[in-house]
Write a protein that binds this ligand. Structure first.
Ligand code: CAA
Length: 691
């Protein structure tokens, strides 16, 4: 933290927040601010103050780690510091560059004037952490900008550029130049004009339009599983109706309530888990990586298309290769259609769409594509022999330094790598469908994968604006290995008479973006069928319910055939009496189906199955840490973020309670599957948690 004494000739005191990397507002910074502003108040030479952040970043807000330490928060509350700044009887100008997020923006709102760099990212992001702005944001932002825009920003947690028209009224000046220099200029002008402080807390809000906007927000946003949402709307109501002191007091009380809720804990966990996931033992900033500009994608099916779009969006040159001319033509058309739709929907400018489209070269010439590529991603049919053959060929054709990635979802990456003479340059890159949308990529480190190969793959994933999670080699890696147990339970529940809509309904109400059976209908039941057939041979002691096979035998492969566990009108899943009858008959043939199965049991059986297998994945070293497993499920499987991921959720429920439930399930149908993983049993016994 640095501050500069006022130059005797300017009368401006510059106060700089200097707390790398993001100038978060931990206790030490708050103490510094309180002391510096008190000094400014007492120093007759100071006639104005400029508040800035070091390193080109104003402030990313409260120190999120401090939320687990209520003592530090209470010792000197940020909102008290901001109140003191606002109360200063000399003008204070915020110089906003880089970021002003959460408490950082609230700090700027407490200043009397604000200057911003046009590209600074601005937002009250607290809701993304399950919080509400707790340092005056709900009271001051709606006093600075249009009320409806304030609702939108606070309830979405969006970051927008300082130049965004939605922020009109927030800044006195938005500059393409240096925000600090512009703020110092403004302070000098304020002094020479004899201008005094200008406080947002003195502004009143016109009730009519604000009330209407708030009523509409309540309608669309409530009920919400995140308690902070209702609290935010109540605070915004205060902003209209209560005096600022009352509004600020209520805001703080509500903040203290929500910060301790499970949703806030889970969202904080998710924030740090997503940052931790990039830290891979053995890799450092010095690990060499291969510069990748041209990517060859082999196979023009659904996966190949999605991967191609993601790569085009990220600025790579893409060679999409398929020997089948019709498949290639269809894929090229589909990609072109995708960009046309983006333009029609206003998501992409016409020129940009053209530029992206022009980077694509569909080709049947594997030789030339492999020669041109820095990275080849094969996305051919999920079959060991087929993939080995493709990799063998690629190994012969590609330049020696080229990295070969396989988009397998279940196959052994070591066996695939052995098909080549460059196993060190073979890595798994398991994308999730639709690959241009889903954020997750499991980056599979084979036994021979070189550090530089892994680092390159992770770098490419980051450039694709996706989350790369490092996984070890096993059947299904992290996500699908766990999913297998989740699905097994969903199918067993049908054996016992539960209907697809009951299973999906229970899990969707609990928070999953899509229930397991709708998900399988979307992914294609034939894919799971092929995997089950393979596993029946490989793992004869792990039986499945017969129901998904019976469904497949009727040609019900899911959405693509218009019927699966449901029948489909377009994308709409409709419960189907034919499936209900199939389930009833099958259930009766097993002597089951008489028992009422509660939604709680459905959720517990499916989610605890995930957790148990997740523990095994962790113990086997397939995932580096429990929070990586959470990232996989949050980014790739529609697990509710406000529950933090399966392993965090397990900690919240209590591992002993989970083991007790598993012991109970072990007494029921197919109870042999309920064996707590040794690590789970051990942690539960010791009263431990996943860390
Ligand atoms: N508190 C504590 N640590 C933070 C932090 C914060 N507010 N913001 C970032 N960090 C840490 C990250 O954990 C990371 O640490 P490691 O290097 O140890 O992993 C480091 O700072 C760098 O962060 P990123 O890797 O995310 O860097 P980036 O350049 O990609 O992104 C950012 C920078 C946009 C600021 C991003 O970090 C971010 O979105 N931070 C959170 C901002 C936020 O939501 N603030 C609101 C806090 S809540 C609040 O302020 C409540 C209130 O009302 C008072």
């Amino acid at each position: 933290m640095t501050d500069t004494p006022p130059a005797a000739d300017t009368g401006i005191k510059l106060i700089v927040i200097d707390n790398p990397p993001v100038n978060s507002l931990g206790l030490a910074v708050r103490r510094m601010l309180a002391a510096e502003f008190a000094a400014a108040a007492n120093d007759p030479n100071v006639r104005a103050v400029v508040l800035a952040g070091a390193g080109g970043r104003f402030s990313a807000g409260a120190d999120i780690r401090e939320f687990n330490d209520p003592g530090a928060i209470a010792e000197l509350h940020l909102s008290d510091v901001i109140d003191r700044i606002e109360a200063l009887d000399k003008p204070v100008v915020a110089a906003v560059d880089g970021v002003a997020l959460g408490g950082g923006l609230e700090l700027a709102l407490g200043c009397h004037y604000r200057v911003a760099a046009a590209n600074a990212r601005i937002g009250l992001t607290e809701i993304t952490l399950g919080l509400l702005p707790g340092a005056g944001g709900t009271q001051r932002l709606p006093r600075a900008i249009d009320f409806a825009r304030a609702i939108e920003l606070i309830t979405s947690g969006q970051m927008v550029a300082a130049s965004d028209p939605r922020l009109a009224g927030l800044f006195d000046e938005v500059t393409e130049g240096d925000a600090r220099a512009a703020a110092l200029d403004l302070a000098a002008r304020l002094i020479s004009d004899g201008a005094g402080p200008r406080r947002l807390s003195a502004v009143t809000i016109e009730p009519g339009p604000a009330e209407a906007a708030l009523a509409q927000a309540r309608e669309t946003l409530l009920p919400s599983p995140v308690p902070a949402m209702a609290a935010i709307l109540d605070c915004l109501d205060d902003a209209i109706h209560a005096d600022i002191r009352t509004g600020l007091a209520h805001e703080r009380a509500r903040f203290d309530q929500v910060v301790a809720t499970p949703a806030a804990r889970a969202l904080r966990h998710a924030f740090f888990a997503e940052r931790e996931v990039g830290k891979v033992p053995g890799l450092t900033a010095e690990t060499p990586t291969l510069p990748v500009e041209t990517v060859a994608v082999i196979g023009a099916g659904t996966m190949g298309r999605g991967i191609s779009i993601a790569a085009l969006d990220a600025g790579f040159q893409v060679k999409l290769v398929d020997a089948n001319a019709t498949a290639l033509e269809r894929a090229a058309e589909a990609i072109e259609r995708h960009y046309r739709t983006m333009v029609e929907r206003g998501r992409l400018g016409e020129t940009e769409a053209r530029v992206r489209g022009a980077r694509l070269s569909p080709t049947a010439d594997l030789d030339a594509a492999a020669q041109a590529a820095d990275l080849v991603i094969e996305a051919v049919f999920e079959d060991m022999t087929v993939k080995q053959e493709v990799l063998r060929k690629l190994d012969e054709l590609a330049r020696p330094e080229t990295i070969l990635a396989t988009n397998t979802s279940t196959l052994n990456v070591d066996t695939l790598a052995d098909a080549t003479a460059r196993p060190g340059q073979v890595v798994g890159m398991h994308f999730f469908s639709p690959a241009n949308i889903m954020r997750l990529v499991e980056v599979v480190r084979g036994k021979a994968t070189a550090d530089s190969t892994l680092a390159t793959a992770l770098k490419v994933v980051t450039r694709l604006r996706k989350v790369g999670v490092v996984a070890g080699v096993c059947d299904g890696f992290i996500g699908n290995r766990m999913l297998e147990e989740y699905l097994r339970q969903a199918y067993f529940l049908m054996d016992e008479g539960a209907l697809p809509q009951e299973i999906d309904g229970a899990l969707e109400r609990w928070g999953m973006a899509m229930g397991p059976l709708r998900m399988m209908d979307l992914a294609g039941n034939d894919v799971g069928w092929a995997i089950r057939k393979r596993r029946k041979v490989e793992q004869p002691d792990r039986p499945y319910s017969a129901i998904p096979d019976l469904i497949c035998e009727r040609g019900r492969y899911g959405q693509k055939t218009g019927a699966g566990f449901y029948r489909y009108e377009g994308r709409k899943a409709i419960p189907d009496p034919e499936v209900e009858q199939l389930i009833r008959e099958h259930s009766a043939s097993l002597g089951l189906g008489q028992r009422e199965i509660s939604p709680e049991e459905i959720v517990e059986r499916c989610i605890y199955a995930l957790i148990n297998e997740g523990t095994a994945v962790l113990a086997d070293g397939i995932a580096l840490r429990a929070s990586d497993i959470d990232v996989v499920y949050l980014a790739g499987y529609g697990f509710p973020r406000y529950r933090g991921g399966p392993m965090h959720y397990a900690n919240e429920v209590g591992l002993d309670a989970i083991v007790a439930a598993m012991d109970r399930f072990a007494q029921g149908y197919q109870g042999q599957f309920w064996k707590p993983a040794p690590l789970l049993a051990e942690l539960a016994r010791a009263g431990g948690t996943f860390t």
